[in-house]
Structures are given as C-alpha cells and as structure tokens.
Design a protein around this ligand. Structure first.
Ligand SMILES: O=C(O)CCC(=O)C(=O)O
Ligand SMILES: [Fe+2]
Length: 954
C-alpha cells in the first residue's frame, strides 16, 4: 500500500533544547531588567535523498534565531489567567495548521479585546466581552515587556513598530488536543509564546523547534516566554497525561495591525538560496495572490499580476523543495490538490512526509485524497489513536477509529448509503447504530462491563423495537408498532416472564406473567374493562378470575393434583353461567355476560384445558389451551388482526409469537434459557438475536437490501462482528479478550485488508515494499526544478505487534499502476464527498479542500460546496472561489470583481483568524447566488477590500 505513515521513522525522542551554549543579554524595560537567552537553530543541508538531482550544490545553510525570556510574567499571573479561563468556552473552529478543533480562546484581535467568534446568547456574549477586557487589562504589563523585547531583538523586521495585535490562549489536554503540528507563523511579524503551565511539572514535552531532522523541546515553565520570527519552524507535542496552557501573541506593525514593512525581510535570504526563506517567500506570494496579507494592494491588482505572483510563488517553492525542504513539498502538494491533480498531489505530499527524519503529523495529506489515489489511508496521530479509512471501488466508506484509550469507533457507509456505526469504548461497552437507506435505525448498546444489552430498532414504518438485557439477565422487550400498540416482555433474572400488550387502538390490555416458580399469571383487560385473570401456580392447579365491567365475578379453581373442581359464580346481572361435566370428565363452561362477550372453558378427558374468550364488542379473541402434557397455548387475536401466541411447553420453554398485521415478531425461549428472537417486519427486514445460556450473543440483521450484520459476543468478551452488505463486502471485527483488535475487510474486489492491533500501546504501521516515485514538475510552474525519483531513504521499522496485510485479488501487494489509476478518478472522490455532505458530516469539504469536486462533470456541486464552506468562514474555500473567478476555471466565467470579493473574504479570514464568521454575512449575497449565474451590478470602483462582495447579485 505504500502509505506515507508506513515509511515514517519512529516517533521523535524527547530531546530538550540545550541552553548551556546560549548567550545571555539583559534589556531594561520600564526600569526593570528583562533577561534574554538567545537560541539558534541551524538549518543544515537536507539529506541527499530528499534533494533533487538537478540541484547540484548543497543548499545554503541558514539559522533561525529565537529568544527565551525566563519569568517574563509572574508565575501567579499565569496561574490566574488559567483559572479565569477554565470555565470559558474555547473556540473549536478548525485550526489553520491541522484543521482539527483549535481549542483556543482569543483575547485580542487587531490589538483590541476580541469579539465573540460564534454568536452566543446575548448575556453570555456580554460576559465573554467583560472577561476579555479584564484579561487584556491584566495582561498589559506582560505584553508591554514582550513588545519591548520584540522591537529590540527583531528591529530589522519590526522597524520599531511591532505591537501585540492578536493574543490567544491555547489549551492542550487529553480528549481535546495534544499537539500542534510543525508550522511557521507566516502571518505574524514576530511571535511570543508564554507558558501558562510548567513543562516537566504539569506535562511532558510541550513547545518544540524543528529543523525537520529532529524536534527540540523548549521546556517553558509557567511565566517563561519564547520570542521568535516567521523563520522558526515549531510546534507543540504534549507527551502522556498532563495539561499544557499557553498564551500566544502575534505582533504586527503600525496602528492597523498590518504586515506593513515586515513581509519581505527574508527576500534577500531567499535569493541567497536559504530554503526556509524561499519557502516563506513562496508562501507569502501565494497568500498574497489569493488575498493574503497584502490585502491593501489586492484591489488594484490585475488578473495578469495575480498569475505572475502565483508563478513566482511556485518557483520559490520548487526551489525550496528541490533543496529537500519538506514543508515546501507539502505546499506544492496542496497546490496540486487545489488544481484537482490528485496524482501529483499525492506524490508531493508523500515525499514531504518522507523527508522528515521522524514521524510527524505535518504534511499528512487529506484522508479522502489519499483514498482516491488507491491507498487505504491510515492516519496515526501522535496520540497513537488509529484512524483507518477504506474506500473500496464500490464507493462504500469504512472508517475505523481506535482511540488511545482503546475505545473503537467504526463507521461504515456502503454505497447504498446505509450507515453503520460501531462504538466500543474502553469500558468495553458496545454502541452500534445502523441507519439504512430506507431510514430505519438499528441501535445496539452492549455494556459488557455489566453485560447489559440495549437494542433499539426503529423501522422505516416508525415502529420501534427495544430490547434491554441487563446484567442480571432479565430481558425487557418493547415493541411499539406504528399503529401505537405496545408489546412489552420482561424476563427477569429469576426467569419469571412479564408480558404486557397494550393495543391502543382499542386500549385492551393483555398481561402474562410467568413467575420463577413457573406458575403463570395472565391478565386480560379488554376495552370494555372486564378483567380476565388466569393463574396457573406451580402445583399445576388453575385459578381463573373474571371480573366484568358489570362487576359480576367468575372464579374457577381446578386442582389438577386431585382433579377436584371448585367453581364460584356471582352474577350481579342476569348473565348466564353454564357448567357441563360430561362422563368422560371433560368440563365445558360457557359464560355469556350481558355485554355479549363469550367465555368458554373446556377441560377434555385427557385433562387438557381449552378456554375461549370472544369479546363480541371488539371481536378480539383470547384463547388459552392447556394441553394434557401441561404445555400452555395462549392465542390472542385482537380486533386489529394482530396475533399474539404464547406456548409454554412441558419442558417449560416458552414460545411467543406476535404476528401483527404487518407480519412482525417472533420470540422463542427454550427451556435451557436460550433466547431466540426473530423480527421480520413488513418491509422484509429480519432481526434475529440469539442469546444462549452461556451468554453468547448472536445478532443477525438482514435488511431488505440484503445487508447482513452479525454480532457475536461470547461470554469471555470476545467480539466478533461480520458485516456483509449486498455488494458482497465483508467486514469482520474481532476484539479478543486481551483487548487486541483484529479487523478483516474483504471488499467486493476480493482484496483483503487485515489489521491486528494488540492491547499494548506500541502501534506502528508496517511499511510495504517501496514503489518508485515519479514527481513531475508542476504544469503551472515556469521551468520548475525537476525532482527525480528517489529511493526509499529509511529502512522500514516493522513492529512485531502490528500486522497489516493488504492482499488484492491478484495476490500481489500493490495493484498494477493502470488499475490503481482506474480506481482513483477524482470523480469517484466527488461522489464520496457528495455522500458525506448528504450525511452532514462535519465539514467534509475541509478534508477535500472542496476543489477536487470541481474536476470533471460535477463542477456545479463542487462550486456549491465551496460556496457553503466559504460562507461558513472557511478561507481555503473562499480562496479557491476567488481563484476560480480570477482564472475562469471549473466552468465559471472569469470575473475580476467576484474574484476580488471572494479573495477579500479569504483575506479577512487570514488577517484575523476568526473573522470568517463575520465575513459570512458579508459574503452571503455572493454565496447564495446560484453557481455559474452570478452577475455584478456596475458600481463605481471603491478602495475597500470586500465591498465588491456586497455588490454581488443574482
Ligand atoms: O501553544 C503554543 O505553545 C504554540 C502554538 C503555536 O505555535 C501557534 O498557535 O501558532
Ligand atoms: Fe505557531
């Protein structure tokens, strides 16, 4: 499969920055001294294997300088800031670095207390505004010290004009976010990071700097700060437990918080051949042409100028990539993806991952894009949770997520759009949700810790079937058909059975109670409120009580042990009672009350008992038959023609059949306490649960589209799950008692995917035989440096604990290139994306950048998705739309004004990070316009960046 993750080296060790060589200096700020410890990161030449053969000379080495400011802020101020923010709502917007929820709280934007990012209730909004203002006040002395240091140490960047424009608090903790992949802060002139909790005390790891060969952790304690410029490649990784909080301050220049004067300081270094500077320059040019930092100049730029900037951006990025600089390769990959060139994108992104010397999340390509290229994408985040996505050729989607706490989340979306979701949390409970294409819902929740089982089945006819099997082995079954009758069966741990059938249509009630001593209690309350009660105690005598609405009482007690008969009849109203005891000792009893219901009891010579109760008012029929072998047969046929049948055989097993007018339910409970439940709904769904006495659970679900779901949970906590949809796709998940996971996937193309993940935490994806790479120059780039095929540079590290085998039908480990391509059309991907969008998955367009859809015959949908994403504040989408209108790609007519409008939206997002949601309303008019039909009312040109977006109509 040749996954990038498979070829990545081992996770980086926790190496700390060595400050012993740092040169210290002191700055006086407001009369008090500020200690500065200088660190230097040397960008050594990239490994030869990562460099292009065409770049003969090794790249120019360069350095990135940064400063540690010990105790910049008093530690108790840092602690107070954390405490104030603990109850606050953190922003979960997609992070611009890794697209995952950011978990950050903005205090300042544009140098002022930030506005709320998401519109909350007014009262909450006000409270947040007060909190921000208060934090801004409290932070002012620390920000002043940082500002002085930034202007003093980075004078060539700031020109003395740097001011704190953005301040935000980030939080890293379990179940939220543990890391922030490597990046440069390209949109800040200078950055300061202040630790709010202490490395080594509150957490391990934390902030690190990287030269792509290794990560060096900078152990900031609460109150310590790190000051750096855009050429510092850095990230965060918190190892193990613990909580890290940090204050991030982005400095920009002049009163308007722009990048004026601070955006080109690396140009000369780029020209000298420093890859990091070439990368920054390429990035910034790319940003500018798409409405990036130099927004002010955008209004006046022609489409031709935009093209030129893009081509220059590509040239610089190619230069850095040729020198083996992995982040530049990553950016070129993203650019290829934006153009819909999936193959080229994969080549670049794969290379960017390989050119790191350690395992990192940086550059991990979007999941679906990798799937489109034919690789079952495996995502292994640094917290060692496992995300596996398999997109077989039939476009069904299988997603398995195994979290570090060993809980398992499995989502299967077959091509017929039914959805299967299995969640197996670490406490070994199982949650299974199946939403088929006809919108019926199956939900199984199995809490293995106490072994209780909850099963909810909501059929498309809106009838509801609920089975609850708690740990004490009692069984509760509720069936609520669409006609609102209710069937409830309770089988308690002492093996007594309670069955309640409430037909709401006529409101008659049937209740059967089979006690643990195996006596039977039966109560029938028809709509006319007469009461029929049959009690068959364990000594096999029969007690029958009938209390009609007219208060007459009929009581029959038949003691079979001595065969004596006791009969009491109290007729309050002239109803008729008839008792017949023939010579063969059979007994016939007929009761015809004034309401003309009929009660008939027949005790034949072989001592079997037949009881018929026909309530003529609603014509429902109740029949009890106690055969000589002492089995009991009970038939209830209510007026709605549903049929309820209970048979208690001589071996005390119970057979219960409920056949409603829609042909639905059958339950069999044999004497050895096996439970067999078959549910056959009118739309031919079949649900079968088998629970043998040794607590194995077998569940089979066969929907009308021939989808088969089978779950087997043996008593030793093994879990076996087999899923066979109509397209012959087989999924088998086996979770053994030692908590290791075995997953077998056999798609319709007969390829086999097997993942074995043992219980201990060591997890790695084994590599597969390396395939030759062929990275082609980007078509849009004017004579870009050519990067030839490279040999795999590292020896794969095979973990003995993980077995991953992918065996396609022709038994080779990698399908031939032609076939791979055949499966990898962007239009396949488009279908998947549309499907995701249909299910309302969170921001599918984020994963795909939306733009893959704009390839081929689905441009209109692609544009619509991009538009939706842009309106939601997604700057990549706004950028892509802007570029589309600038170039006239994806079938849109070139339109400089629209291009400008969308790029301005993207730019606003770039500038403020969180301003997209506000821009959403400004972009709204443009966004709601039907695709390809947008026109602009002619207006006088204005200089404001985003005003054109307001003017869009149609
Ligand atoms: O949290 C940190 O220490 C740094 C975060 C960071 O690098 C950023 O937000 O750009
Ligand atoms: Fe950063």
């Amino acid at each position: 499969m040749g996954l990038p993750a498979a070829t990545a080296a081992a996770p980086p060790p926790l190496v700390e920055w060595d400050w012993s060589a740092a040169s210290n200096s002191t700055l006086s700020v407001g009369g008090s001294p500020l200690l500065l410890s200088q660190g230097t990161l040397l960008w050594a030449s990239a490994e030869r294997a990562c460099r292009a053969a065409s770049s003969a000379a090794p790249p120019v080495a360069s350095t990135s300088t940064f400063y540690a400011l010990p105790a910049l802020m008093p530690a108790d101020h840092a602690a107070r800031l954390v405490e104030r923010l603990r109850p606050a709502r953190f922003d979960l917007r997609a992070d611009s670095v890794d697209n995952l929820p950011a978990h950050e709280f903005y205090i300042l934007t544009s140098g002022e207390p930030a506005r709320s990012a998401t519109p909350p209730l007014a009262a909450e909004e006000e409270e947040e505004a007060r909190l921000r203002a208060r934090l801004a006040r409290e932070l002012a002395p620390s920000l002043a010290r940082l500002r002085a240091a930034a202007n003093a140490q980075f004078g060539s960047i700031c020109g003395g004009g740097c001011r704190p424009c953005t301040a935000l608090v980030r939080r890293y903790r379990a179940a939220e976010r543990r890391s922030h992949p490597e990046h440069v802060d390209a949109e800040a002139a200078v950055t300061a990071v202040v630790g709010l909790t202490s490395a080594r005390e509150d957490f391990e790891g934390g902030l690190f700097v990287s030269d792509t060969a290794r990560r060096l952790f900078v152990p900031l304690r609460a109150g310590d700060a790190l000051l750096h410029s855009a050429d510092l490649f850095h990230g965060v990784h918190v190892v193990g437990g613990g909580e890290r909080w940090s204050l991030v301050v982005w400095f920009r220049t002049c009163d308007k918080c722009s990048m004026h004067g601070a955006d080109g300081w690396f140009a000369a270094r780029a020209a000298r051949g420093e890859p990091i500077a070439q990368y920054l320059l390429g990035r910034r040019l790319a940003q500018e042409h798409s409405g990036g930092v130099a927004a002010g100049a955008l209004g006046g730029r022609s489409v031709q100028q935009t093209r030129e900037r893009r081509s220059r951006a590509a040239q610089w990025l190619h230069a850095a990539a040729s020198a083996g600089f992995a982040p530049a390769m990553h950016m070129l990959g993203r650019a290829s993806l934006g153009r819909g060139d999936v193959r080229q994108a994969v080549a670049w992104l794969r290379r960017s991952v390989e050119c790191f010397s350690y395992e990192t999340d940086f550059g991990r390509p979007p999941i679906a894009m990798r799937a489109a290229h034919g690789d079952p994408p495996v995502h292994l985040p640094s917290n060692r949770s496992l995300l596996l996505v398999h997109l077989p050729s039939n476009h069904s989607l299988l997603l398995v997520h195994l979290l570090s706490n060993r809980s398992l989340l499995l989502v299967h979306l077959p091509s017929n759009r039914s959805l299967l979701l299995v969640h197996l949390p670490s406490n070994r409970s199982l949650l299974l949700v199946l939403l088929t294409s006809n919108h019926s819902l199956l939900l199984v929740h199995l809490l293995t810790s106490n072994r209780s089982l909850l099963l909810v089945h909501l059929l498309s006819n809106r009838s509801l079937l609920l089975v609850h099997l708690p740990s004490n082995r009692s069984l509760l079954l509720v069936h609520l058909p669409s006609k609102r009758s209710l069937l409830l069966v309770l089988l308690t741990s002492n093996h007594s059975l309670l069955l309640v059938h409430l037909l709401t249509s006529n409101r008659s009630l049937l209740l059967v109670h089979l006690l643990s001593n195996r006596s039977l209690l039966l109560v029938h309350l028809p709509s006319n409120r007469s009461l029929l009660l049959v009690h068959l105690p364990s000594n096999r005598s029969l007690l029958l009580v009938l209390l009609t609405s007219n208060h007459s009482l009929l009581l029959v007690h038949l003691l079979t042990s001595n065969r004596s008969l006791l009969l009491v009849h109290l007729l309050s109203n002239r109803s008729l009672l008839l008792v017949h005891l023939p010579s063969n000792r059979s007994l016939l009893l007929v009761h015809l009350p004034s309401n003309r219901s009929l009660l008939l009891v027949l005790l034949t010579s072989n001592h079997s008992l037949l009881l018929v109760h026909l309530l003529t008012s609603n014509r429902s029929l109740l029949l009890v038959h106690l055969l000589s072998n002492r089995s009991l047969l009970l038939v209830h046929l209510p007026s709605n023609h549903s049929l309820l049948l209970v048979l208690l055989t001589s071996n005390h097993s119970l057979l219960l059949v409920h056949l409603t007018s829609n042909h639905s339910l059958l339950v069999h409970l044999p004497s050895n306490h096996f439970l067999l439940l078959v549910h056959l709904t009118s739309n031919h769904f079949l649900l079968l649960v088998h629970l043998p006495s040794n607590h194995f659970l077998l569940l089979v679900h066969l929907t009308s589209n021939h989808f088969l779901l089978l779950v087997l949970l043996p008593s030793n906590h093994f879990l076996l799950l087999v899923l066979l949809p109509s397209n012959h796709f087989l999924l088998l998940v086996h979770l053994t008692s030692n908590h290791s996971l075995l997953l077998v996937l056999l798609p319709s193309n007969h390829s086999l995917l097997l993942v074995h993940l043992p219980s201990h935490h060591s997890l790695s994806i084994p590599p597969l035989p390396s395939r030759p790479h062929s990275i082609q120059p980007l078509p849009s780039s004017p004579r870009p440096p050519y990067i030839p095929a490279l040999p795999s540079r590292r020896k794969p590290s095979i973990s003995p604990h993980l077995l991953l085998v992918h065996l396609p039908s022709h038994h080779s480990l990698a399908p031939p290139a032609g076939r791979r391509r055949a499966r990898c059309r962007p239009s396949d991907l488009a279908r998947i994306l549309l499907k995701c969008a249909e299910f309302g998955w969170p921001r599918p367009y984020d994963q795909l950048d939306g733009s893959v859809l704009t390839d081929g015959d689905q441009q209109a949908q692609g544009l619509q998705l991009l538009r939706r994403a842009a309106v939601a504040g997604h700057r990549v989408a706004a950028k892509a739309l802007g570029e589309a209108y600038a170039d006239g790609r994806w079938g849109v007519s070139p339109d400089p004004r629209l291009a400008e409008g969308w790029l301005a939206c993207a730019n606003e997002a770039d500038m403020e990070g969180h301003a997209c949601s506000d821009m959403a309303s400004e972009c709204h008019a443009a966004a709601n316009a039907p695709p390809l039909m947008i026109s602009i009312e002619p207006t006088a040109a204005t200089s404001t960046e985003s005003s054109s977006a307001h003017r869009v109509t149609g």
